[in-house]
Design a protein around this ligand. Structure first.
Ligand code: IPM
Ligand code: MN
Length: 370
């Protein structure tokens, strides 16, 4: 059996607590001989800053480059508010995305039947929801230059962020989204702001061209990102796959998370280009939620987004789709049994801890695997 190298980067806040629940799964998979994972663990974010005054070291970057997949917890927290911009915790994550070339961020928003009442939307609006947000992750305003604050000398300062997209960046993310749509309900919605932004004009044009050239069989529609956000909370089931830029994708995926009941439910996969020789691609898996410093260390965090992110690793990096399906089914079964962490509980439910939830998911997986 092939062995797979995983780099675990728990990071800050609730990151270490939710990663611990992934380790529980890895240990079991290894012990049963279902898979062979070799894991290494390193610091990232504020934890790395405290140890080395950098949000990620070159040595850790080298390990990330060499790994078959990176499993990432979360970074940031008020403790590092005063840290220089270049060394802030988030810079470690952004460096990983950029240097590993992880341009495609897949954020599936699935509403488990048992959680339809935990959403802030009405049950009928979210029950059975299954959409996929494809966020461009290495371009746009996150990385565009110049990115500066200049002192104008008259008591004023000027801040500049630059939104920039080249044709090839839009083409490759569009292809990822069209390919996913083909395996789902065959519909893609592209979101931009072509009514205000040149990058939106080009985005719209390039997605339309890729569609005409390569994906005529897929239904394509365009929505302005602001009204797309409105439609997400109005009637989210109109969507199948949504493709959008880095910043809009950041915001729209947090919105989509609430449709599923909680930010603690949304996993993600960040993927690079497939290497033509090895057929492999660089990949990082992380929950969409952040470090939640307010609840960190209390055993209150919901590990489902993290565990489901590991499930995406099984699916997208290790060709273990069947096992990933079982893991998703285990999560659904645990939720159906009534187990809830604090973020997804309704009035009258008692909340269970991070470890209880993680252990229950493993137990269900064991049953499904037997
Ligand atoms: C996310 C996060 C990150 C982002 C932060 C932590 C830099 O919010 O993955 O959605 O803005 O991309
Ligand atoms: Mn975000």
């Amino acid at each position: 059996m092939a062995s797979h190298k995983l780099l675990l980067l728990p990071g800050d806040g609730i990151g270490p607590e939710v990663i611990a629940e992934v380790k529980r799964l890895i240990d079991w998979l290894n012990a049963q001989g279902i898979a062979r994972f070799e894991t290494e663990q390193e610091l990232v974010g504020g934890a790395a800053y405290d140890a080395s005054k950098q949000s990620i070291t070159d040595a850790t970057m080298a390990k990330a480059q060499a790994a078959d997949a990176v499993i990432f917890g979360s970074v940031g927290g008020p403790k590092w508010d005063g840290v220089a911009y270049e060394a802030r915790p988030e810079a470690g994550l952004l460096r990983l995305r950029k240097e590993l070339g992880l341009f495609a961020n897949l954020r599936p928003a699935v509403c488990y039947p048992a959680l339809a009442d935990a959403s802030s939307l009405k049950r009928e609006a979210v029950e059975g929801l299954d959409i996929m947000i494809v966020r461009e992750l290495t371009g746009g305003v996150y990385f565009g230059e110049p990115k500066t604050i200049t002192d104008l000398g008259n008591g004023q300062k000027r801040a500049i962020d630059t939104q920039v997209y080249d044709t090839y960046e839009i083409e490759r993310i569009a292809r990822v989204a069209f390919d996913l749509a083909r395996k789902r309900r065959n519909k893609l919605t592209s979101m931009e702001k072509r009514n205000v932004m040149k990058s939106g004009v080009l985005w719209n044009e390039v997605v339309t061209q890729v569609h005409g050239r390569e994906y005529k069989d897929v239904e394509l529609e365009h929505q302005l990102a602001d009204s797309g956000g409105m439609n997400l909370v109005k009637w989210p089931k109109q969507f199948d796959v949504i493709v959008t830029d880095n910043l809009f994708g950041d915001m729209l995926s947090d919105i989509a998370a609430m449709l599923t009941g909680s930010l603690g439910m949304l996993p993600s996969a960040s993927l690079g280009e497939v290497d033509v020789k090895t057929r492999q691609r660089k990949a990082l898996y992380e929950p969409v939620h952040g470090s939640a410093p307010d609840i960190a260390g209390k055993g209150l965090a919901n590990p489902i987004a993290m565990v489901a992110s590991f499930g995406m690793a099984l699916r997208y990096s290790f060709d273990m789709g069947e096992l990933a399906d079982k893991l998703d089914a285990a999560i659904a079964a645990v939720l159906a049994s009534g187990l809830r962490t604090a973020d997804i509980k309704s009035d009258g439910d008692t909340a269970v801890s991070t470890t209880r939830m993680g252990a229950a998911i493993l137990k269900e997986l064991q049953k499904l695997h037997a």
